[in-house]
Ligand binder design. Structure first.
Ligand SMILES: O=c1ccn([C@H]2C[C@H](O)[C@@H](COP(=O)(O)OP(=O)(O)OP(=O)(O)O)O2)c(=O)[nH]1
Length: 157
């Protein structure tokens, strides 16, 4: 069972997100584009740890990112707090898909708080305005043991 968009909006606002009406969707809340980065060195995923490789921020021109084909890391524009008994999923706006682009996203754990990131795959050159809606977050009810306490907790806040 998924929460309504109104319930997702209430949870995000309780976590400090400032939402405009266009972000409020029937089944979730649209997240906006905060910043774009290009990976500059190798990261590490090992059995006992991980490290995110350095990245360089892409400059917006007149508030717009003009992105050529390739892989980017995006930071969303809103802080997110995933309530207990919920799991979060972020899906790309279909307009990205219709323009040969997409977002790759992972699980948003109960108890996570922060300004999250995702992988933007640009299959054809695209222009995206900073602050434009790029994704939708939905919440599903979920059992869980414990809450998120990893090193991304509090990122970007
Ligand atoms: O697309 C996503 C998915 C999740 N998150 C946030 C919320 C999630 O709770 C946290 C950690 O995600 P995950 O557990 O998948 O990352 P990990 O690499 O396993 O990190 P950790 O070892 O801290 O669990 O990152 C994002 O920013 N973007």
């Amino acid at each position: 069972m998924y929460d309504s968009g109104t319930a997702v909006a209430a949870a995000l606002e309780a976590g400090g997100a400032e939402l405009d009406d266009a972000q409020r969707q029937p089944n979730g809340v649209d997240l906006t584009l905060g910043a774009v980065f290009e990976q500059a060195e190798a990261g590490v995923v090992s059995r006992n740890g991980k490290r995110v490789g350095d990245r360089e921020e892409v400059a917006a021109e007149d508030g717009r990112y003009r992105l050529g084909p390739g892989t980017y890391v995006v930071r969303y524009g809103e802080p997110v707090r995933i309530p207990e008994e919920r799991i979060g999923f972020v899906l790309p706006r279909s307009t990205l898909l219709r323009n040969s682009c997409t977002l790759d996203t992972a699980v948003w754990d109960a108890g996570y708080e922060g300004v999250g990131e995702g992988r933007l795959d640009v299959g054809h050159a695209i222009e995206i305005e900073q602050g434009a809606r790029i994704a939708q977050m939905v919440f599903a009810r979920a059992d869980h043991e414990g809450t998120y306490e990893g090193e991304y907790q509090g990122e970007g806040l």
